[in-house]
Structures are given as structure tokens and as C-alpha cells.
Design a protein around this ligand. Structure first.
Ligand SMILES: C[S@@+](CC[C@H](N)C(=O)[O-])C[C@H]1O[C@@H](n2cnc3c(N)ncnc32)[C@H](O)[C@@H]1O
Length: 463
């Protein structure tokens, strides 16, 4: 069924009256003749989902009934009396249309699309800083050399990954044109942990090269792309080889869970009820890691080269403020509910803490200054709503409370980030139940608050 556009494909007569003895169809009849009408309020879903309003199920059911009836009517005219039909089609095993076997795959796809929206928001916020940073490179020898080398650290493996590289090359070319310089060749090094799905990224390369060719013309580049798998807390590139290092949403990931968190009991990150040493342990781990990150890059970035780093932080000094830790407190509460139901052991929560830290502005400035290899050219902050779509759901969904939809989107975003860590510690069986509870808590919180993820975007120059 590839190349089937989202359009009306009416069912037609195909054969002469009473001409067929046996009709066979496999995996086709669950394809509807058109997208059902009246799905405008299915907001951030792409099929029936747990958060769909009831009319969405009704419209899908109605469309299937009408199409299948039409199919039977048409075939009844074509098949001889006593003829047979053998039809195979996908369906669901239970009456509930939102059961996992019916819609889980579509929900995951919708979740991935939402993640991309969130990434795009961050990319758009960072673009002016990237432009300003690249235009601020006054040593034009960096461009007129034979190859401009760019690294994207913690690049992940989504379609947006290559958008960052495209934007950077776009700005460099623009700058070269303004200064009558011949644009350089480019080498883009994509880094992430060894388990990252680099194959998915490589599969995106043909389209990426075609886009470069189409938008930049034949004289552009060439642009070489390679992968540099491994932790960015170690050396990744040869001495003085990088002109611009970019990293988005990576540096708040620590190299390990800090040591000495045994007293953090029923919390999984710094929380209002955490003892002071918990905050100190996280703070120390971030200081060690971020210092190491700067040291490693200082050996790899050329003199006058730049780094643009975006990462989550907190807006105020207090590490237990809501913008730093509320999402984790709500997840810990959901886990504790499962303890009460006998589904999770209390000791398993006590031994689980996330390897993430949201630093404050002074910490970031102090570490950069103490490490000493880079000067901080600019530091800006921005906030992204917990729900990446952050829109007025009242306008187009009369059935579901806006906080429910926002809660659903926030939960999906957090699930994408944290599920692998949770399943490796607690096992796979608890995750669906856990995120249902989490959704409830998040929606409750959102009905009275407007929380956001607070982020820093910093521009650094190698001294
Ligand atoms: C939230 S994703 C961000 C992806 C992408 N840069 C973006 O902004 O959308 C964080 C990425 O950082 C990667 N990461 C975390 N710690 C890392 C480390 N020590 N070295 C390299 N990559 C790391 C993770 O594997 C993940 O792909």
C-alpha cells in the first residue's frame, strides 16, 4: 500500500457480474477509503488514542462500517452464487479501541513526532546565538582554510540532528559571501554514546546531501559526515581539529549517578525532602563532569574556535525549586504509589537516582572561569513549556481538559527520556502503569501551574 496519499479512494466495481469463483485479499481491508471526517479535535494524535475524545472512535467505527459494507455489496455483485471470499485484515483483540494492541504503535509514532516538535523549538531558540557566534569569529582564516570542522555532541538520531549541521553550514556560507571569501569544505562529526542509533542517521544522509545540493548549488562544499561514537566526557577528536562544537540538551546528563545518595530514600533526584548532602553530591558531580568536558574540548578546539552549548538548568539558586525538580518529584510519587500497591519494592526506589543535573547560572559561570580554557562570550536563557506544543487546546478539543492533554504530552516527552533507565532498574512490566499514574499527577500540577523547562544557551570562545 505504499504511496497511498491521504485522499479519498472510493471503493469501485472491479469485475463483471457473477464472474468470480474465489476472492482473496490480505492486509488491505483495514485501510479505509478516506480519513474519517470530523477528527479536528483529535489534537495531538494520529489515530485513536487513549486521549482521543469519544467522537473519534465513533467516526473511525462509522467509516469502517460504511467502507466494509460497500466492499461486500460490490463483491456480492461480482462473485457467483456459492463462491467464496477469504479476507485477512488487522484488527484488535478486545472491544476497547484504545487498547495497546490497537493503537500503541500509532501512539508511539505520535510521540516521536512530538519529540521532533520539541527539538525544533530548541533549535529555533538557539539559531540566533549560533548566527551571532559564527559571525563573531573575526579570524577569517578559520573559514578560508581547506575544511571547516563542526562537531555535534549528544546528537541523538532524529531527523532534526542533521538540521543543526545544515543551519551551521548555511551561516558559514552566508558569512563567506559577505566577506568575499570562498566557502570552505565542511566536515561534520556526529557524536553520541555508543548505543545511539547511528544507522538511522546514516540512512538520512542521501536526502540530506540531496537537500544541500538543491539549496546550495553544485559549488557548495563538499560536506563530509562522520560519526564519533563515545562519551563526550572523554577525548573524541584529534588535537586542535575542531572549529565549532555544538551540543544541545546533552551536557546536563552526568557521566554517572553521583555517589553517596543512599540517604535520598524515596526520591529519585534532588527533592524538597532530600538531605543537604544529596544536593552537594549532584553539584560536585556536575562540577567534575562539566570541567572535564571543557578540558577535553579545549584540546580539540582550535584557538579562536567556538562552542555553543544548550542545556537544562534552573532559574533560581534553590536546587529544590519547582523548575528544577518538580517533574522528578511527581515521578517519585508515582513510583511510591506502586510500592503501596505492592508492584515496586521501596528499596528499589531508594537505590534509583537519575544521572541528570540542572545547574544554576553562577555554577556554570564559575566552572567555566575556573577551568580557564574558554571565555564566556554570551549566556542566554529561555523556557520551554513542559508540553512542547504549548497551545490553547480549548480552541479545538471540547472533550478533554487542557491540563489532561498537556499532561499527556509532558508524560510522553518524559517517558521518551527516562524509560530506558527505568526499565533497566525496575523492569519493563511497571512502565505502562507507572506512566498512567504519572500522567494523573502531571495533569493535576498543570491545572494550577504553568511550569517550563529552563535552559541555558552559552557561547564560548577558545582562548
Ligand atoms: C535529550 S537528547 C538530545 C538530542 C539532541 N541533541 C537534541 O537537542 O534534540 C540527549 C542526548 O545526549 C546523549 N548523551 C548523554 N550523555 C552523553 C555523553 N556522555 N556523551 C555523548 N552523548 C551523551 C544521549 O545519548 C542523547 O542522545
Amino acid at each position: 500500500m505504499e504511496n497511498r496519499a491521504m485522499q479519498l479512494i472510493p471503493y469501485f466495481r472491479l469485475f463483471a457480474n457473477q464472474s468470480l469463483h474465489l476472492i482473496h485479499s490480505s492486509n488491505s481491508i483495514h485501510w479505509l477509503s478516506q480519513v474519517p471526517e470530523g477528527l479536528e479535535n483529535n489534537s495531538l494524535n494520529i489515530y485513536m488514542a487513549k486521549s482521543s475524545p469519544p467522537n473519534v472512535f465513533q467516526e473511525y467505527g462509522k467509516q469502517f462500517k460504511s467502507d466494509f459494507t460497500k466492499f461486500l455489496q460490490l463483491r456480492s455483485e461480482e462473485i457467483i452464487c456459492g463462491g467464496h471470499m477469504v479476507l485477512t485484515l488487522a484488527g484488535r483483540s478486545v472491544a476497547d479501541p484504545t487498547s495497546d494492541d490497537g493503537c500503541c504503535l500509532w501512539e508511539l509514532l505520535a510521540q516521536s513526532l512530538l519529540d521532533m516538535v520539541k527539538e525544533e523549538i530548541a533549535i529555533r531558540k538557539v539559531l540566533p546565538v549560533l548566527r551571532h557566534t559564527i559571525k563573531g569569529i573575526t579570524n577569517h582564516d578559520l573559514f578560508s582554510g581547506r575544511c571547516f570542522k563542526i562537531a555535534d555532541l549528544g546528537c541523538s538520531s532524529s531527523k532534526n540532528t542533521l538540521l543543526v549541521a545544515f543551519n551551521i553550514m548555511d551561516i558559514v556560507v552566508e558569512l563567506c559571501e559577505e566577506n568575499n571569501l570562498k566557502p570552505p569544505q565542511f566536515h561534520v562529526c556526529l557524536n553520541d554514546l555508543i548505543g545511539n542509533d547511528f544507522n538511522t542517521l546514516f540512512n538520512l544522509l542521501p536526502d540530506f546531501y540531496a537537500k544541500l545540493h538543491k539549496e546550495k548549488g553544485e559549488n557548495f562544499g563538499p560536506c563530509f559526515i562522520s560519526a564519533a561514537p563515545g562519551s563526550f566526557y572523554r577525548r573524541l577528536f584529534s588535537d586542535q581539529s575542531m572549529h565549532l562544537v555544538h551540543s544541545s540538551n546533552g551536557v546536563h546528563w552526568l557521566s554517572q549517578v553521583p555517589e553517596g545518595l543512599e540517604s535520598n530514600m524515596l526520591n529519585i533526584y534532588i527533592a524538597k525532602s532530600s538531605p543537604l548532602n544529596v544536593f552537594q553530591a549532584y553539584e560536585k558531580q556536575f562540577e567534575t563532569d562539566f570541567t572535564k568536558f571543557l578540558q577535553m574540548r579545549s584540546e580539540e578546539v582550535v584557538c579562536g574556535g567556538r562552542m555553543v552549548l544548550t542545556f537544562c538548568g534552573r532559574s533560581i539558586d534553590d536546587p529544590t525549586s519547582d523548575d528544577g525538580c518538580r517533574l522528578w518529584e511527581l515521578l517519585a510519587e508515582s513510583l511510591f504509589d506502586m510500592v503501596k500497591e505492592g508492584l515496586v519494592r521501596e528499596s528499589d526506589i531508594s537505590s534509583f537516582n537519575v544521572p541528570i543535573y540542572y545547574p544554576g547560572e553562577d555554577e556554570v559561570r564559575d566552572i567555566i572561569q575556573n577551568e580557564g580554557s574558554f571565555s564566556l562570550e554570551s549566556l542566554a536563557t529561555f523556557q520551554v513549556d513542559w508540553d512542547p506544543q504549548n497551545m490553547d487546546y480549548k480552541n479545538f478539543n471540547d472533550f478533554v481538559e487542557p491540563s489532561q492533554t498537556r499532561g499527556e504530552n509532558t508524560t510522553k516527552g518524559m517517558r521518551a527520556v527516562i524509560e530506558p533507565l527505568l526499565t533497566s532498574h525496575f523492569g519493563k512490566s511497571i512502565t505502562d502503569g507507572l506512566f498512567k499514574k504519572y500522567h494523573k499527577y502531571v495533569a493535576q500540577h498543570l491545572s494550577n501551574n504553568k511550569p517550563g523547562f529552563f535552559s541555558f544557551v552559552i557561547s564560548l570562545a577558545k582562548k
